[in-house]
Design a protein. Structure first.
Length: 52
């Protein structure tokens, strides 16, 4: 019996989520973009559900 693959790391899940919701071409790499994230309301302190 084959073991199930390990779940993706939280950062991989986050990138996949953003990629799935993104539209249009990539931004010019010369642009500076600042992202501010507040995960305090969506954070679960467990290894398998760090991002909901």
């Amino acid at each position: 019996m084959d073991a199930a693959p390990p779940p993706p790391a939280p950062h991989q899940r986050a990138l996949a989520h953003v990629a799935a919701l993104s539209t249009g071409p990539p931004l010019d790499p010369g642009l500076r973009v600042t992202l501010n994230m507040d995960v305090s309301s969506n954070y679960v302190d467990t290894p398998d559900q760090s991002l909901i």
